[in-house]
Ligand binder design. Structure first.
Ligand code: ADP
Ligand code: MG
Length: 611
């Protein structure tokens, strides 16, 4: 039998190796940005066209390269960053494998212009699929500009494997953010199809986070810092109340590299335990510095994984420093969330003699009448009256089991009795600021106000979307709202729907919109929060439910706009919820499938007394 093993031609070997490092346009972005940082640049500009398919270009003002270096840079294992094996244990640069440029060159057309600060003339080199095409002196600014064109032009399988432009571009933004978040002292900008997406000036860490993530982060961050012989930790963690259902904004960096590490993530998560619901995730930007000798980043070609020598030690340092920061924060008086419920006692001025409080009694006050508060609902008469069968008929049955003999003792002002919407609203009570309790023929009905109101709003919103009829609006002083780039993308996508649902939103600039009205039936009037939560929920539904756009949006909005548990309702408001709920398409379940109501039957009640 003849020998069968052959050495692969170099071009094929290079393409295979390239696949490990460069999986998609975002991977090339990462490598180029990291090279600019390693080159000591203070200003880095990224230009992307067609989500990186046709162009990825990075211009920096770093050290530049000599002609020889520029040619060598594209050879496999060509690196200026390590010289011997021992250097591997003291790595402080982002790159060191000397693979990135060779890999990119194997699968794209490359043009590089580079000049060292001390040289007068720079070098221009063109490479295509790892073949040198051209090299010439050129005049160019000090620093390096690398343009990567037509990525995967010679690897159709890879090209076909790429996702939609939106998805690929989101990956690019992620990589850009991961680098920009570590070097606030470097200015970074990102231009997408010639439009500026980010223009970040050199600044401090907190401001950089805010510039990248959106202005709403300003009041959400708690600083964290811990110095220890094993590790130095610095950064910001999110206040517990801003924890999210999605995992998006969690950034963990080790020695200035973005790292995925489930174990360390667990350390942070567990420090938040009991402060946030189990299905929520804290936001964090944590920067861990350890002696490079005690980590191994060389375990994965893209270097996003790391092995720690003292894994458990780092885990506990991390956890305790997050706990410490959270504890410190909760002691700060300005950040007391319980303020509204607490009693504040202002010291009396010296010599002040307090007056005996006077109690005024309104003898006409009738706690069961409808005087308390005006309603924010428009009462719609139910289209279907069948729900009425649930309720006792007002005459015979009223006295039979509702409040039994007590009915007569209820103080009523006979002049007012005709103002009641329906006699039944007399017998509604709200339990624990969350459940509406109503006596019905078969027993006691308990309605969850939050779930019920979601059902009501969901139906209304869906109808508005399908008929294109705008609902009522609350106008407000126009307010600018900044979104993270990923959320801004979604806002752009669903802007027409948002506007037909009662918002009035217009684009203003990069990731920024002006809001001048919100839907009239929204309980939540904090525009920033309302929109952000709607978008987060929408994103989550996109992943979890794959529902169509209208359903997803109606569901997300209903959730944010609905009356929350904890809101005290007047009996008229409770009655309106009941009316509207039973006029809806599926009164028993909320849009996410939770029950809106439960009935405790008379049987069950009777049993309780006979147990
Ligand atoms: P690595 O970063 O692992 O060393 P690369 O293939 O990314 O490998 O880069 C090879 C070499 O090219 C680097 O070691 C560096 O000397 C040089 N280089 C790459 N990009 C730049 C740049 N933007 N400015 C200056 N030198 C660069
Ligand atoms: Mg590199």
């Amino acid at each position: 039998m003849p020998d069968v093993i052959k050495l692969l031609p170099e071009s094929v070997a290079n393409q295979i190796a390239a696949g490990e490092v460069i999986q998609r346009p975002a991977s090339a972005v990462k490598e180029l940005l990291e090279n600019s940082v390693d080159a000591g640049a203070t200003d880095v500009k990224l230009f992307v066209k067609d989500s990186g398919r046709s162009l990825i270009q990075v211009n920096d003002n770093g050290c530049g390269m000599s002609l020889t270096d520029a040619r060598l840079a594209f050879e496999r294992h060509a690196t200026s960053k390590i010289r011997e094996a021992n250097d591997l244990f003291a790595i402080r640069t982002l790159g060191f494998r000397g693979e990135a440029l060779a890999s990119i060159a194997a699968i794209a057309q490359i043009q590089i212009k580079t000049r060292r600060h001390e040289d007068e003339l720079g070098t221009l080199i063109e490479i295509e699929g790892a073949d040198f095409k051209q090299q010439s002196p050129c005049s160019c600014p000090a620093g390096t500009s690398i343009a990567v064109k037509n990525l995967f032009f010679n690897v159709p399988a890879r090209r076909n494997f790429l996702k939609s432009n939106t998805v690929e571009f989101r990956h690019i933004i992620e990589e850009f953010q991961r680098v920009a978040l570590v070097y606030p002292e470097i200015s970074f900008s990102l231009y997408n199809d010639d439009r500026p997406m980010f223009v970040l000036q050199a600044t401090n860490l907190k401001q950089r986070i805010i510039n990248l993530m959106g202005n709403h982060f300003l009041n959400r961050l708690i600083p964290i810092e811990e110095e220890n012989p094993e590790a130095y930790i610095i950064g910001f963690i999110g206040k517990p109340e801003f924890a999210k259902k999605t995992r998006g904004e969690q950034y963990f960096f080790v020695n200035k590299r973005f790292i995925r590490n489930a174990y360390m993530h667990h350390a942070v998560d567990s420090a938040y335990k009991e402060l946030i619901p189990d299905d929520s995730h804290p936001v964090y930007f944590i920067y861990l510095d350890v002696n490079p000798e005690n980590i191994d980043v060389n375990i994965h070609p893209t270097k996003t994984e790391v092995n720690f020598r003292y894994n458990q030690v780092i885990y506990s340092i991390l956890k305790s420093s997050v706990k410490k920061a959270l504890g410190k924060f909760s002691l700060e008086p300005t950040l007391d969330f319980d303020k509204e419920q607490g009693i504040e006692i202002t010291p009396l001025p010296p010599g002040y003699i307090p007056k005996q409080p006077e109690i005024k009694v309104d003898p006409k006050y009738n706690p069961f009448s409808q005087q308390s508060g005006t309603s924010q609902f428009q009462v719609k008469k139910p289209v279907d009256d069948s729900w009425k069968n649930l309720f006792p008929q007002k005459t015979e049955e009223q006295a039979s089991y509702i409040l039994q003999g007590d009915t007569e003792e209820v103080p009523t002002d006979s002049n007012e009795s005709n103002e009641f919407i329906t006699p039944d609203s007399n017998f509604l009570i709200q339990l624990n600021a969350r459940y509406i309790v109503a006596p019905v023929k078969s027993g006691l009905m308990l309605i969850d106000q939050y779930q019920a109101h979601q059902r009501i709003l969901y139906d209304k919103l869906l109808e508005r979307l399908s008929t294109n009829k705008a609902g009522s609006q609350k106008n407000m002083f126009p307010q600018t709202v900044h979104f993270s780039p990923a959320n801004a993308d979604i806002v752009k996508e669903i802007l027409p729907q948002l506007n037909s649902l009662g918002f009035e939103i217009e684009p203003l600039g990069v990731n920024t919109y002006v809001v001048s009205a919100i839907p009239g039936d929204s309980e939540n009037e904090d525009v920033n929060e309302l929109l952000e939560k709607i978008i987060d929920n929408y994103k989550k539904n996109l992943i979890d439910l794959k529902s169509d756009r209208n359903t997803n949006l109606a569901r997300s909005m209903a959730r944010q706009m609905a009356i929350k548990p904890g809101k005290i309702l007047g009996s008229e408001e409770m009655m309106e919820i009941i009316n509207q709920l039973f006029a809806s398409k599926a009164p028993e379940i909320s849009p996410d499938g939770s029950p809106t109501l439960r009935i405790i039957t008379l049987n069950e009640i009777n049993k309780k007394f006979r147990e």
